[in-house]
Write a protein that binds this ligand. Structure first.
Ligand SMILES: [Zn+2]
Ligand SMILES: [Zn+2]
Length: 349
């Protein structure tokens, strides 16, 4: 008799379904994980609301995870049954045009290499992920925090792009999960002053809690004016946009001082056009970069940050929920009631 499990499926924008499906079996090089935590993610919310180019429903849902190795496939030597692990949901091919140019996050094979289905009791992890992006979970780290390794690995890639220097002033627009992790990374990398910009006071308090030196609510005035007033009129050395609107993309560019760096972290809906002040970009010698996803190296770094506590994700986690509450969780995220929740499949409904 085949063993079955419960898993949440994404059918179309606005529609999820709980299904009873067979427990997956590992193929060669693969592992099957008993999911202990699958954190909800802004990307899941985006897909649920309006669809997403990387999501091809109907499909199993959820992509962040930590848990126990339930079964290992032929040829897997690094992991054994019962190991506690955490990982991300893709891995590069290391053979394509972009991989050869050191841009594994832009791997041409990536779209077909995303693994979904962590909002379930068990998930199968393909061989390329098992080999490159699956890590041992430190014993002291709760599963619910370990499953942050995926969003943190993206935050780490962003941090490496900033070129932040000791003593810099960094402005971070957006105090969701990414903003709150980036505050901590910028402080760890030597920023003297991190200004967190958001709206809701509760979120901004959390920014303080994780290490922001200064907070500013856009409900209280113009963030651009504020950052200028705090930097002798110059603007910030580094600006990270993590709020996800065309307006904040424009604002981020203007917020950087001459010679400064702007990282556009948040993805906007396909076809979005953003306008910039060309004078500031050109005469101000602004460096503006986009950043997408993660690499095996930043995943490894994220594992280290979680292990050492250099990044603490506990203040970002709003609680634990059972599988049956995934849709409810996304709606709560949409209403900005919570930032992130850990779906714990063993939890009773
Ligand atoms: Zn995610
Ligand atoms: Zn590739």
């Amino acid at each position: 008799m085949t063993r079955t499990m419960r898993g949440v499926y994404f059918l179309e924008p606005g529609k999820l379904e709980m299904r009873e499906v067979p427990v997956p079996e590992p193929g060669p090089g693969e592992v099957v994980i008993k999911v202990e935590s699958a954190t909800t993610c802004g990307t899941d919310l985006k897909a649920y609301r309006r669809g997403h180019k990387l999501f091809k429903p109907p499909m199993p849902f959820g992509h962040e995870y930590a848990g126990y190795i339930e079964a290992v496939g032929a040829g897997v030597t690094r992991f054994r049954e019962g190991d506690m692990v955490m990982g991300i949901n893709s891995a590069p091919c290391n053979e394509c045009f972009y991989c050869k140019r050191g841009k594994q996050q832009l791997c041409e094979q990536l779209e077909g290499r995303f693994n979904f289905g962590t909002y379930a009791e068990y998930v199968r992890v393909p061989s390329y992920i098992t080999a490159q992006n699956l890590h041992f979970k430190p014993a002291h780290l709760p599963f619910t925090e370990a499953s942050f390794i995926e969003p943190l690995s993206c935050a780490v890639l962003c941090a490496t792009y900033t070129g932040v220097q000791l003593g810099d002033t960094v402005a971070i627009i957006g105090v969701g999960a990414q903003g709150l992790m980036q505050i901590q990374l910028m402080k760890a990398m030597g920023a003297a002053r991190v200004i967190a910009i958001g709206r809701a006071k509760g979120r901004l308090e959390r920014a303080k809690q994780v290490g922001a030196d200064d907070i500013f609510s856009s409900l209280d005035g113009d963030p651009l004016e504020y950052v200028k007033s705090q930097t002798g009129g110059h603007g910030a050395d580094v600006v990270i946009e993590a709020a996800g609107t065309a307006e904040t993309w424009t604002q981020a560019m203007l917020m950087a001082r001459k010679g400064g760096t702007v990282i556009q972290f948040s993805g906007l809906p396909g076809g979005t056009q953003v306008s910039f002040d060309a004078t500031h970009l050109h005469y101000g010698e602004i460096t503006m970069k986009g950043v997408f996803h993660a690499t095996p190296r930043t995943v490894e770094q994220a594992a280290q940050m979680l292990d050492t506590g250099i990044v603490s994700v506990k203040p970002i986690l709003d609680g634990e929920i059972p599988l049956s509450k995934v849709e409810d969780a996304l709606l709560r995220m949409q209403r900005s009631e919570v930032i992130k929740l850990a779906v714990v499949p063993s939890m009773a409904d």
